[in-house]
Design a protein around this ligand. Structure first.
Ligand SMILES: Cc1cc2nc3c(=O)[nH]c(=O)nc-3n(C[C@H](O)[C@H](O)[C@H](O)COP(=O)(O)O)c2cc1C
Length: 348
């Protein structure tokens, strides 16, 4: 039994950001349980060998402080960030809310982070000890920046050398105007700028999209992803919608909703984007994963990798090993030798 069974309820008795701060401090101090690994879940993508397809979603480790600890608890990869060029404080508190009955969280943090320079130094030190670790870096723009494309280019230039992949985040709901950057022309300008900034031997470039796109937005994005030869799409971010059935009074808080209520809608979007891109763009499925069956559903719907965040708040770090063993069992039951064999199986 992990110590988290004892401290989890204590953490959940604290305000969410206080609990998160304590968790990061404990992880930095080395208090991460080491997970038993799960064999038979390896997948190769973009020339990288992922030990398993289950990653930590962006936002948990915004400042790249605890990637090593999160890999140790069993994640196959970790995405740090969102990082902006300059440090920024984010929105006034409170700005993060648990919805325990709904197994959900609403946040309107607004890219609170210590800026790219501090993170780049931390990541460079991390890389000296862990050259092969799979750590993606999620980048965004400062709230008060007038030139979005210049911000993404600056962050990419500073962070690319330590990144297994770069994620262009154009889908957080808490930076005014950010989601408008999902339009074809805006995205092309950003992707071109990032590519110019990092040059030839660059890490793969992914784009993280919102679950709240209209039908025509979705078709445009799929076309843009193919045209711009984007290396992957992350589907997706938190939703500004409030699915029916939410019971917690905090559902009326402004911000992006994550967790269980996001599972169905984000998986439907994933499946649709897989279809629209003909399975030619690798997809990372994220939104509402709370168990191995959820992870498996996203893989069958078209995800080559998956990520999660909110379920960790409710279930603690033991969840990762549970997901890996359930996932391996489901693959075997359905006769798939590898994760790759199951990717997009629902479409065949
Ligand atoms: C508190 C919190 C902060 C987040 N911060 C970021 C962020 O900085 N950048 C980003 O791309 N996504 C961020 N996300 C979104 C997650 O990466 C993920 O896309 C979303 O929560 C859906 O996954 P989940 O249901 O497993 O949490 C954040 C989510 C939460 C709950």
């Amino acid at each position: 039994m992990s110590v988290y069974r004892l401290i989890g309820p204590l953490l959940r008795a604290l305000p969410p950001e206080t609990a998160h701060g304590l968790t990061i401090a404990a992880l930095k101090a080395g208090l991460a349980p080491r997970a038993r690994g799960a064999a038979g879940l390896e997948i190769r993508l973009w020339g990288l060998d992922f030990p398993n397809p289950v990653g930590l979603a962006a936002g948990f480790d915004k400042d790249a402080k605890v990637a090593a600890a999160m890999l140790k608890i069993g994640f196959g990869f970790v995405e740090v960030g969102t990082l902006t060029p300059r440090p920024q404080a984010g929105n006034p508190r409170p700005r993060m809310f648990r919805l325990p009955g709904d197994r959900a969280v609403i946040n309107r943090l607004g890219f609170n982070n210590g800026g790219m320079a501090a993170a780049a130094r931390r990541l460079a030190a991390f890389r000296r000890d862990h050259p092969a670790a799979l750590v993606g870096v999620n980048i965004g723009k400062n709230r008060d920046s007038a030139d979005a494309a210049a911000d993404y280019a600056a962050a990419a230039r500073r962070l690319a050398s330590s990144a297994s992949y770069l994620t262009i985040n154009v889908s957080s709901p808490n930076t005014p105007g950010l989601r408008a950057l999902q339009g074809r022309d805006e995205l092309a300008r950003i992707v071109d700028g990032v590519r110019q900034a990092i040059g030839g031997t660059a890490p793969p470039i992914l784009v993280k999209i919102a679950p709240d796109l209209t039908e025509s937005d979705r078709a445009d994005l799929a076309a843009a992803a193919l045209e711009l030869a984007i290396d992957g799409l992350i589907i997706g971010n938190t939703t500004i919608s409030r699915p029916t059935g939410l019971t917690d009074p905090a559902r009326d808080q402004a911000g992006g909703l994550s967790g269980r209520p996001l599972m169905a809608m984000s998986t439907a979007l994933l499946a649709e984007m897989y279809g629209l891109t003909g399975g030619r763009v690798p997809l990372i499925g994220v939104g509402g994963i709370a168990g191995g069956d959820d992870a498996y559903a996203k893989i069958r719907a078209g995800a080559s990798l998956v990520q999660l965040y909110t379920a960790l708040v409710y279930d603690g770090p033991d969840l990762v090993a549970d997901i890996l063993s359930t996932l391996r069992a489901r693959l075997t039951e359905d006769g798939f030798a590898t994760v790759a064999d199951a990717v997009g199986a629902d479409h065949r």
